[in-house]
Design a protein around this ligand. Sequence first.
Ligand SMILES: NC(=O)c1ccc[n+]([C@@H]2O[C@H](COP(=O)([O-])OP(=O)(O)OC[C@H]3O[C@@H](n4cnc5c(N)ncnc54)[C@H](OP(=O)(O)O)[C@@H]3O)[C@@H](O)[C@H]2O)c1
Length: 338
Amino acid sequence: METQTTKEKELPNHYTASDNRYDDSADLYRRCGRSGVLLPKVSLGFWHNFGGVDSYDRARAIARCAFDNGITHFDLANNYGPPYGSAEQTLGKLMDDDFRPYRDELFIATKAGYDMWPGPYGNWGSRKYIFASLEQSLKRMRLNYVDLFYSHRYDPNTPLEETLQALVDIVRQGKALYIGISRWPLEALRVAHDYLKAHDVPMLIYQGRINLLDREPINEGILDYCQRQGIGFISFSPLAQGLLTDRYLHGVPDDSRMARNHFLKKERLTPELLNYLQRLNATATERGESLAEMALSWVLHQQGITSVLVGASSSEQLQKNLRSVHAQPFDENIEAIV
Ligand SMILES: NC(=O)c1ccc[n+]([C@@H]2O[C@H](COP(=O)([O-])OP(=O)(O)OC[C@H]3O[C@@H](n4cnc5c(N)ncnc54)[C@H](OP(=O)(O)O)[C@@H]3O)[C@@H](O)[C@H]2O)c1
């Protein structure tokens, strides 16, 4: 496996993927629920660091590093940026610059559900919004189809059948191969599962947040339901946006997400939380791991988890996170502290 880290300034313009990218296959891939799809245990998210405001060379280095290490799954959404849509545009440029020859080796996801354009048809779960949004996403990403399309959130005001039928029709049109849902409550998830199954488009995957600081989908029975029904589960923000790393153990670094104080607010880092993170870090050290590695492997050891969907602001971070794929199992001691 390639361990070299690619610095922005050294990035060659022509890209040939590493010949060793699948050397770790036996450890890296997991079956996604009861489907034919294998996903890497560590997948790459484009929410941060791939927008129009970010360095293209750095985004390119991270994406190349991912693919060179067997991370075949890239996760996007219509509104990732900033500005909205620009992460998908970055993916489109990456396809043209580097990844077009490897399209069939990539599993690319996007989503619709949050505010995207003004007016009544640019948000939530109507058929009108979902169809238009996916059309726009495909253009930005310079793709004919996505491998996975998600409803990004539950819409309490649109009949679930309208949203779900739109998802079915998208698959029938060949614009997405598989369907997932994100952040839907358990009761709506049940309806979605039954509806999609009855229409021969079984739900591939559920996307929710599980990490050492947030176990809502476990506590609410969502992970258990997915496992019993053969639906994969991918955990977003498995590092709690960086809290579950060494990033904030000694202050708030200037180049960190928390320094931007937007999605990760400084108030979140209370003395109690910092104390807890330090205890977790001590446990990780005892295990011979970094806090990030332990946090990711904790998620990966929960029954029913297919993949952790990480973000990274450098290829070095991503490579460190990949070590979690080989992490040792957890004994009761970790549960005692966490
Ligand atoms: N479905 C949804 O509603 C939803 C919501 C949120 C996210 N997502 C998906 O989940 C993906 C991941 O979310 P996330 O970015 O919040 O994930 P995360 O993995 O919890 O946090 C990523 C951040 O943690 C820091 N980090 C990562 N690895 C590190 C390491 N080894 N050492 C030190 N710091 C490290 C970096 O922060 P710095 O930038 O400070 O270096 C990085 O940007 C998103 O890109 C998106 O695809 C989906």
